[in-house]
Ligand binder design. Sequence first.
Ligand code: KIV
Length: 270
Amino acid sequence: MSIHTPRIEKKVTLSTIAKMKGVEPITMVTAYDALFAQLFDGEVEMILVGDSLNMSFYGKADTLSATMDQMIYHTQAVCNGAKHACIVFDMPFGSYLTPQQALENAARVYRETCADAVKVEGGKEKVAVVKALSQNGIAVVAHIGLMPQHVRSEGGYKVRGKDEADIEALVEDALALEEAGAVIVLVEGVKAEAAKRITEAVKVPTIGIGAGSETDGQVLVWSDMFGFFEAFTPKFVKQYCNGAKEVRKGLEQYVSEVKSRAFPDEKHSY
Ligand code: KIV
């Protein structure tokens, strides 16, 4: 039986999230399985089943090879663990190239998982996709700024909003996507000033990652924030614990105790 009392006891819906803009910062983390979803549920308002799982969970170099089947499988697992958080499904690369394809894939997400919304990467050029989804009853989180699915076409992960022209372009993207029906704008890898201007411009909540402190909420990838992903730590990631170090410490002790026959002792035997 769990002795932990969760902070959040009711299901967090998208309308709860909408009302938090300007009132209380929104917290979001990624999760890819039931075990961690259950740990995070009741603490954060939102869980993102991010295609970052392709890197942190599957060990791939980027997010591009994540598939609909994979994302559905992991979202179903997250749904088994999370009963309160508002859950966002990250549409994988190539799954929303046209409004029709996006609609078919996103309808599958609603049919087969408990996700509350789907996330798509892209600015103004994705207006038709966002419109098609939102007009057909599918809630959309629009992801702008640094878009990891563009890593190959752009030759790397590039911080956006470094000059006035780019800030204005990002604000225009956000406004166009809001107008198309997006319920949240997720802003990644932009200068803090750009994120602030976007947040002031739109009526829907913004959630930032590597976007400074002025967005309506924050998201981090769980394996980064808890120190499990050791390949590299981006500047914007704060490590809240050193997960890899703790696991290694426990594992070393286990190996040593098995080797010395200290484990299992009487207390851990039938
Ligand atoms: O896939 C993911 O985890 C994301 C976050 C980086 C926002 O899109």
